[in-house]
Design a protein around this ligand. Structure first.
Ligand code: DGL
Length: 269
């Protein structure tokens, strides 16, 4: 049993979809969330920049007594996890491995689609992890660069988003997949539009939810679950405006942000 907090970070607000899944599956856990809102987006930057950002984000989480760190960001998980995972004295989980495993279990025809930010797709990390489990799996992917700004502009259920989604999903649909990985923090908010376009026969795999399931198993297997009988706390830290985070955060968390939100200087870490 271990009552220390779980550290979670993302490039900004989107990682709150992962926090939402963690609090659903592990309601007694305390969470420290860092959203790098001052340096977002990560999905269009260089590999070197994302590795540097990831290191400082984890160093910030390390300033708390955490038992595990979760990289909720699809881009940072794809690009930086392998490089940084042994640099700290606590375990670090990303979203790619648990999500790839879930997709391989879900597919019946062995054809899997992946959507994410340009950098996530360029990294080929999902394909690599899927092929480690099933070398014969067929993987088709597409970067959906406009999904993040559309969601953050409140267009999650808008005709403009539907139009662009049809365009992005066309090659994936034509490839005859039966399982689609939502490889970015923001995409669970587009589930309605994406499932409407892909049709009933396609299973959507939410990376935040799969990561929360895998985290739960990890804590159980290593006797690290908290003993909290009450609901755990969630403290939020951001590198830009607190107000902006509070205003938009509820959309990702699916409820108003009630915990403390504080602005920090990430350049110090
Ligand atoms: N959180 C990022 C991800 O999941 C999306 C936003 C960004 O580009 O920073 O890849």
């Amino acid at each position: 049993m271990d009552n220390r907090a779980i550290g979670v970070f993302d490039s900004g607000l989107g990682g709150l979809t992962c926090v939402r899944a963690i609090t659903k599956l592990l309601p007694g856990e305390n969470i420290i969330y860092f959203g790098d809102t001052g340096r977002v987006p990560y999905g269009t930057r260089s590999k070197e920049t994302i590795i540097n950002y990831t290191r400082s984000d984890i160093r910030f989480l390390k300033s708390f007594d955490i038992k595990v760190a979760v990289i909720a960001c699809g881009t940072a998980s794809s690009i930086a996890l392998d490089t940084v995972k042994n640099e700290y004295d606590f375990p670090i989980m990303g979203v790619v491995v648990p999500t790839a495993k879930a997709a391989v279990s879900a597919t019946k025809n062995g054809r899997i689609g992946v959507i994410g930010t340009p950098l996530t797709i360029k990294s080929g990390k999902y394909k690599e992890e899927i092929e480690k489990i099933n070398k014969d799996a067929f993987v088709v992917s597409n970067a959906c660069s406009l999904f993040v700004p559309f969601v953050e502009s409140g267009y999650a259920d808008h005709e403009a988003t539907r139009l662009i989604a049809k365009e992005y999903l066309k090659p994936i649909k034509e490839a005859g997949i039966d399982t689609l990985i939502l490889g970015c923090t923001h995409y669970p908010l587009l589930t309605g539009i994406i499932s409407e376009i892909m049709g009933e026969g396609v299973t959507l795999v939410d990376s935040g939810m799969e990561t929360a399931k895998s985290l739960k198993k990890y804590l159980e297997n290593n006797n690290l679950l908290s003993q909290n009988a009450e609901e755990g706390t969630c403290n939020y830290y951001v590198s830009d405006s607190v107000q902006g985070f509070e205003e938009l955060g509820g959309m990702f968390l699916n409820k108003a942000i009630t915990g403390k939100v504080e602005k920090i200087d990430i350049e110090k870490y």
